[in-house]
Design a protein around this ligand. Structure first.
Ligand SMILES: *[C@@H]1O[C@H](CO)[C@@H](O)[C@H](O)[C@H]1NC(C)=O
Length: 969
């Protein structure tokens, strides 16, 4: 990283960061105990809730129910809103009835206002109300005192809200201690100044005239003396936890050398849910942990707070780069989801009444009939904002995915090249280096679609520029790649070098687009370029400007085959608290960074994707990789699991990490192949290429200080192994593309845990060393050093699976011991599926566009199979705007394979044809005939291997868009 342009201070920071070699410095990151709101929330113990629902305040409209909740201790009234949503969803919002100023409600994550369904009161007594939620058969029983809600289907209790009484809503209040009195005048005037910076109009009035509990209606400013006095009334009584304890960190909080000024005081919200009958919960990425979430009793809760964690550790609940506050629960009867729409720092506690019980203990309970129903309890705690929670009631896994993606959007359909192999490194040093790596893939006959440039390609870490010495002719370089039908990705990070000679900085500053400090000046932090500003991506005008920077005339030398990567967008601030931004920094609208921290990276990727879309006049699909993310990020591109390490455990954990993301809507996930930090040995590197070949986003990447590791640097044998893995990926691109298309259309994950397809097989519920791609391929890659075999679980009662390499048939369910050698990537095709492949692998995916298809028909025990194939131009939105696509459906039954259109809307001419049909599990026919509409039957050549029951039909020679059938007679 020796760059003469780097400031000494920046160098010092980097040295500091790199000094703590190969283990996270946990002391850089807060525990719940060190996060004052988490500590306050957690100090609320289960018991009778101090909240009472005022049933007499209930107001019912066609699609919503509103009523007041009051905390009987401090008398502060809350407003509860309940909506029945179409498709078996319920939304619960809890806010203050009359907050001193508006509380943050997460914008831009929901794709639209979710359509509601009817609500009706269907029963009532003095302490409860029963509501019916639309036609779904779900009922909700709301109990007044203590407040709780129970959601039922028929007589079955599905889920309870506030059953343990942990609802804890810290209302906005005035500071009343002497310190604030002393500084009130100066703080007050400062606040006026900040307000004038952000509010173009008057701040919205939030409090109605008849604000209950004597709260004043003026939006209050910190230190406003008059209102401080008025509010003491509600301050005198204790607010649940011990008063002195509650004050701790409420108005100011120091962590290490950083002080958070907390001008709004304590603002946290918390609520608990019980899930009777559930023992398995999943989701709430991102954590480096197992797929199945652990109970958090006796340790820290899972934390959701987007952070740049240097050298992250595995198998713990610490926060990482991104956050999706969606938790799924699954049992053999039902899958459900809890989506907690809050972008502030959030902690999630999970407890269970069966945790710690041995299987034998549980069995004993069961046999003695005295066992309680297993139950999981979940508690959410967020630092600010409101409670806005969606209950996704399933009942099947597919329903929950549909429900969640109806709210937050489905995975964007990536351009085809983005699903192919990517070669990255921090850094490819100069244009000659790029050319040599590019040529290397051809010399060594390994497919590759994209070469990546990290931060060193810029002129002194000034994004949107090129280093004039190392990259003097970027256009030539891009043109050279384009000639080989390859792409390039360059990094554009959201920290902007503070440098009056840098146009990007000057424009952002002069437009007032930087995030501000609490005092109203432009916030500056340290990052790669040294002192940096952070554009306020929450501001739509800023995002529009940022997007415009990607137009070909703004981003110097950019071309159609240049795509973008957003790193460090948590945001990472080397000298900030927990390596991120101050929570009291200010965004557009006067919101604190605290309110929206977890949304920052989402907005960076959104604005960048919009830029790439706009530069082509809205024609081309963008590709943007992001490290930080939030709910809904799936709409803008891919994510990766950040700065992992070249260690076997990191390879292994890439599976549950991407599976958790996929369950939470983000299918386009990958881990740095080879591991970012440290240097892998050949065995680990080869295994990583094999795992990556079957994960959605497939990119090799490496730290600046690691030794070079292009695939041909490890000897002929390892090169051949890597080549074979990458070629497996390319051959399956038609299947990947079709599976992504389904994900885009229906919200189903691309990479799936087994239980998603086998929801009533409990054996699958904790499996996370193997996974499915779509519903047809099961992969159990080797993730152990020196492995001689793996135990593969093949699910499905009465089903069969075929080894994709040997075509050997296996009956299910069974756990199969599979001996492995270095070339093994155990993978199985489900009997009953049809998988399209392209087996003439070339230099890049684009070079394979016209190539013919091979269909792999894997017969079920009943002799049937089904599958499909989606084709379009691979890179534009024409599939959507002009219905220019082919969606083919294939089915095999009664010894006949039939191809027809799966969707009559799509029209597209593909030059590709079918060169081969391979039928797994077939007997030997006497003859095979091809039939096409209006034509005489023609005989097809075939070959049958009796040992494996593989029937290969050669050269049907039919265009992929044609209707036809092939019968075995
Ligand atoms: C809603 O839930 C009911 C009961 O679980 C189920 O039968 C129905 O199919 C679901 N409807 C939708 C649209 O998911």
């Amino acid at each position: 990283m020796a760059s003469e342009r780097l400031g000494m201070a920046a160098l010092a920071w980097m040295a500091l960061c790199l000094a703590a070699a190969f283990a996270v410095d946990r002391s850089n990151f807060k525990t719940c105990e060190q996060s004052s709101f988490c500590k306050r929330q957690r100090s609320v113990k289960p018991g009778s809730s101090p909240y009472r629902a005022l049933l007499e305040s209930l107001q019912l409209s066609q699609d919503s129910m509103k009523l007041q909740l009051v905390n009987e201790v401090n008398k502060v009234p809350l407003l509860l809103e309940l909506y029945g949503l179409q498709g078996n969803m319920t939304r619960i919002k809890i806010n203050e009835l009359s907050p001193l100023r508006p509380r943050y409600e997460v914008p831009d994550v929901l794709v639209h206002d979710p359509p509601t369904t009817w609500l009706a009161v269907t029963g009532r007594d003095e302490n409860s109300v029963e509501l019916s939620l639309g036609d779904s058969g779900h009922k909700l029983i709301l109990t007044g005192k203590p407040f709780r809600m129970d959601l039922l289907q028929g007589r079955e209790l599905v889920l309870s809200v506030n059953p343990r009484g942990l609802l804890h809503f810290e209302h906005l209040r005035h500071r009343k201690d002497s310190f604030s009195d002393k500084v009130s005048s100066s703080v007050g005037s400062l606040w006026d100044k900040i307000k004038s910076l952000f509010y173009r109009e008057e701040p919205k009035e939030s409090a109605p005239e008849d604000g209950a509990a004597g709260e004043e209606t003026e939006p209050a400013l910190p230190g406003d003396q008059e209102s401080s006095e008025k509010s003491t009334k509600s301050e005198e009584v204790s607010d649940g936890p011990n008063r002195a304890e509650e004050e701790l960190g409420s108005w100011e909080e120091t962590f290490k050398t950083h002080t958070d000024s907390k001008p709004n005081g304590p603002t946290s919200v918390g609520l608990d849910f019980s899930l009777p009958g559930f023992e398995h919960v999943y989701g709430i990425p991102e954590h480096a942990d197992n797929l199945r979430l652990r109970t958090t009793e006796g340790g820290d809760p899972y934390r959701l707070y987007n952070l740049d964690v240097f050298q992250y550790e595995l198998y713990n609940p610490m926060a990482l780069y991104g956050s999706v506050p969606l938790l799924l629960a699954h049992n053999t009867q039902r899958t459900l989801g809890i989506f907690w729409l809050n972008a502030a720092e959030t902690w999630v506690d999970i407890s269970s009444n069966t945790a710690g019980k041995t299987l034998f203990g549980k069995m004993l309970d069961y046999m003695q009939g005295g066992g309680e129903t297993p139950q999981t309890d979940v508690r959410w705690m967020s630092e600010s904002g409101i409670i806005d929670v969606f209950l996704l009631l399933g009942p099947a896994p597919t329903d929950v995915f549909r429900q969640y993606t109806a709210l937050t959007g489905t995975q964007a359909l990536p351009p085809l090249f983005a699903m192919a192999y990517h070669q990255s490194r921090w850094n490819y040093n100069d244009e000659e280096d790029v050319a040599a790596v590019d040529d290397g893939f051809d010399t060594h006959d390994i497919p590759c679609d994209v070469i990546w440039l990290d931060i060193e390609h810029t002129d002194g870490k000034r994004y949107f520029t090129w280093d004039p010495n190392k990259f003097p002719q970027p256009r030539n370089m891009l043109g050279r790649l384009a000639a080989k039908r390859r792409k390039m990705v360059s990094i554009v990070d959201p920290h902007i070098k503070v440098d009056s000679g840098y146009r990007v900085h000057n424009e952002i500053r002069s437009r007032g687009f930087y995030v501000k400090t609490k005092d109203g000046s432009d916030y500056e932090g340290w990052c790669w370029p040294g002192s940096s500003g952070y554009p306020d991506f929450t501001n739509p005008e800023m995002r529009a400007w940022w997007a415009s920077m990607f137009s070909y005339d703004q981003y110097e030398a950019s071309m159609e085959n240049l795509y973008v990567w957003n790193d460090m967008n948590e945001p990472s601030v080397f000298n900030g608290p927990e390596v991120t931004m101050y929570k009291d920094a200010l965004h557009e609208g006067g919101w604190e960074h605290r309110d929206l921290h977890n949304l920052y990276g989402f907005y960076v990727q959104m604005a960048t994707a919009q830029g790439l879309e706009q530069r082509s006049g809205g024609l081309e699909r963008p590709f943007v990789l992001s490290r930080a993310f939030f709910a809904g990020s799936q709409r803008y591109g891919a994510v990766w699991t950040g700065d992992n390490a070249a260690e076997w455990d990191h390879l292994k954990i890439s599976i549950p990490m991407c599976l958790s993301l996929a369950l939470a809507g983000i299918s386009f996930c990958g881990a740095d192949v080879g591991g970012f930090f440290k240097s892998p040995d050949a065995e680990l590197l080869v295994r990583w290429y094999q795992v990556g070949a079957y994960q959605p986003f497939y990119r090799a990447h490496a730290h600046l200080d690691t030794v070079r590791r292009e695939p041909w640097l490890f000897g002929e044998e390892n090169k051949a192994l890597i080549r074979a893995a990458v070629r497996q990926r390319y051959a399956l691109l038609p299947y990947w593309y079709t599976t992504f298309y389904h994900s885009y259309r229906s919200g189903q994950p691309v990479m799936r845990p087994l239980w998603v397809e086998y929801p009533d097989d409990v054996t699958t519920f904790s499996i996370d060393d193997q996974f499915l791609i779509g519903n047809a391929l099961l992969v159990h890659p080797v993730t152990e050093q020196g492995a001689h075999g793996v135990q593969v679980y093949l699910p499905g009662k009465g089903e069969v699976w075929y080894d994709v390499h040997s075509h050997q048939k296996h009956h299910a369910p069974q756990t199969l011991y599979v001996p492995v050698i270095m070339s093994s990537i155990p993978a199985y095709q489900r009997g009953g599926s049809i998988v399209p492949r392209k087996e003439r692998v070339r230099r890049s995916s684009d070079c394979m566009y016209r190539d013919p298809y091979t269909l792999y028909v894997a017969l079920s025990p009943q002799g049937t199979a089904e599958g499909d194939l989606f084709i379009d131009d691979g890179h534009t939105y024409n599939f959507e705007s002009k219905a220019q696509y082919l969606h083919r459906h294939f089915s095999f039954a009664s010894n006949t394979l039939t191809a027809r259109s799966a969707d009559s809307k799509g029209v597209f001419e593909s030059p590709a044809w079918i060169e081969r049909v391979v039928i797994l599990g077939a007997g030997k026919p006497a003859a095979v005939f091809l039939r096409q509409p209006g034509m005489a039957d023609t005989r097809l050549d075939f070959q049958h291997e009796p040992e494996t029951s593989v029937l290969t039909l050669r050269k049907p020679g039919i265009n992929i868009g044609a209707d036809w059938s092939i019968s075995l007679r």
